[in-house]
Structures are given as C-alpha cells and as structure tokens.
Design a protein around this ligand. Structure first.
Ligand SMILES: Nc1nc2c(ncn2[C@@H]2O[C@H](COP(=O)(O)OP(=O)(O)OP(=O)(O)O)[C@@H](O)[C@H]2O)c(=O)[nH]1
Ligand SMILES: [Mg+2]
Length: 200
C-alpha cells in the first residue's frame, strides 16, 4: 500500500435484505461485492474494512443468504451479496437468491459500482457470464477481482489473469489480483472504490 491508500476508520453492520422489494437501510452510495458462492466475497469485505469477523464466512458455499449492508466511514455502504451458482443448493433456494440479487441491483438507485469476484483457481463460469450480462444491461460500472491468488504459483496466476482479461475483453487495469490471506491487492482495490465514489 502506498501512503495515499485510504484507510477505513469506522464500519458497522446496518441491515440486511432477505426478500425482493425490501429497501436498503440507507440512501448513501453503495458498492456491491458479487460472485459465485465460496469465491471469497464476505472474506474480502472483512479484509477491505480491516475487521476479521464482521461479515460471516464459511468453508462451505451458501454461507451468505441475505444481502448485508456495512456502513463505511458514514460515507458509503459496502454490500455483501449472497453467492450464485451453488450447484447443490435446492432449486427453489437458488431461484430465490437469484431474484433477490437481481431485484436489488435493478431497483436500488444507489449502486455506484460492482466488484465481481472470480476465484483464481476456478476461473470464469457460465453463471458469472450471466451475471456480467445482467450488470451490463443495467449499466453499472464494474471492477473485476481475482480472489485467493495465494493458492496459485506465479505462472498459473498469470495464466488465470490473461484468460479472464481475454474472456471479458477488458483492460488489464480493470482486474485486480487479490488475496485476503496475504493482503495482496486490497489497497489497490480500496483505492479504486474510493476513486469510484469520488467520480462525478
Ligand atoms: N486461501 C484463501 N482462502 C480464502 C481467501 N478468501 C476467502 N477464502 C476462503 O474461502 C472460503 C469462502 O469464503 P467466503 O468469504 O465465505 O465466501 P463467499 O463468497 O462469501 O461465499 P457465500 O457467502 O457462500 O457466497 C472460506 O473458507 C475463506 O476462508 C483468500 O484470499 N485466500
Ligand atoms: Mg458470503
């Protein structure tokens, strides 16, 4: 992290949405963390704000079942979404989570940006593709982050990055390599989020 890296001073859980149609707990700008189940969304939220146990995490997919809102520095909401693409979840549950995420992203006027996470070892999935399509339809600015880079050696990691960049047709600077374990990329991602908040 360089000396300009923002640091989070205060953070608190301010509410959750469990069903489509419910409203976010505040009208402040929101940045949502999206991705497949188990990709590391809740862990990344904790790491970004420097609090180990704020958002609940689990080894098993399907941990986060509601949309959770965390107020950061009384300035914006970091939003921990439930994961999608969890193959073993019952069909009705999968449908419910999908509807919940879609209705929130569609109806909230305050979603300033989305960070879409992709597991460095697992790569981009069909479900990610559907999510990207949906986000594009809504026109919400999106950043991409590879997660769990600590689990890959350099060459494999480089390959994962190149693959994702070419699949998405994005510029290299739209992708951040992160590890919640080592802290890699966390400062960079935080800087990007603050830049987004400050953009007109
Ligand atoms: N090695 C490593 N493990 C990680 C990292 N980030 C998350 N994990 C692990 O991945 C598992 C899933 O993390 P979560 O943060 O609960 O994942 P999630 O995306 O919130 O999952 P759902 O809420 O089920 O959608 C946990 O066992 C974490 O410890 C990372 O950077 N490196
Ligand atoms: Mg989670």
């Amino acid at each position: 992290m360089n000396k300009n890296t923002p640091t989070v001073r205060t953070v608190e859980f301010v509410g959750a949405i469990g069903a489509p149609g419910q409203k976010p707990p505040s009208k402040l700008p929101q940045i949502a963390i999206a991705g497949r189940s188990n990709v590391g969304k809740s862990t990344l939220v904790n790491r970004l704000v420097g609090r180990k146990k704020l958002a609940r995490t689990s080894k098993r997919p399907g941990r986060t079942q509601e949309i959770n809102f965390f107020l950061v520095d009384d300035r914006f909401l970091l939003v921990d979404l439930p994961g999608y693409g969890f193959a073993r979840a019952p069909k009705n549950i999968k449908k419910r989570w999908g509807r919940l995420i879609q209705s929130y992203l569609r109806d909230s006027q305050q979603v300033l940006g989305i960070v879409l996470l992709v597991d460095a070892r697992r790569g981009f999935s069909t479900d990610d593709d559907l999510m990207v399509e949906y986000i594009e339809e809504l026109g919400i600015p999106t950043l991409f982050a590879l997660t769990k880079t600590d689990k890959l050696k350099r060459p494999a990691r480089k390959k994962a990055c190149e693959q994702l960049i070419s699949t998405l047709g994005i510029d290299a600077d739209q992708l951040v390599e992160t590890s919640a374990r080592t802290g890699e990329g966390i400062g960079t991602l935080l800087e990007s989020l603050y830049a987004l908040l400050e953009s007109p």
